[in-house]
Design a binder for this molecule. Sequence first.
Ligand SMILES: [Zn+2]
Length: 89
Amino acid sequence: MRPLWRCRRCGCPWPCSPARLALLVEYKDARSSLAVSLSLALADALDDLHRLGLDTGGVHARFLGWLRARGGLPPSAEGHNCGKPQARA
Ligand SMILES: [Zn+2]
């Protein structure tokens, strides 16, 4: 996968659709952990792609944009950095 961040199976930019599905299954009960894992992978990917002189446009959306499109993160993973309970609408 590294350093080009392409899927080993299909060669598409990772995470491809099958990889996203596999991640959703693997992290079914831990969506916030999935977001953290993908964020760390994104940082590695940006490092690798910058080092190779490759375009990084769209990489953020590729790694993280699809999470929200599939229903978003659980409330516990959002707005959680102030230490206060979140107001519910
Ligand atoms: Zn693939």
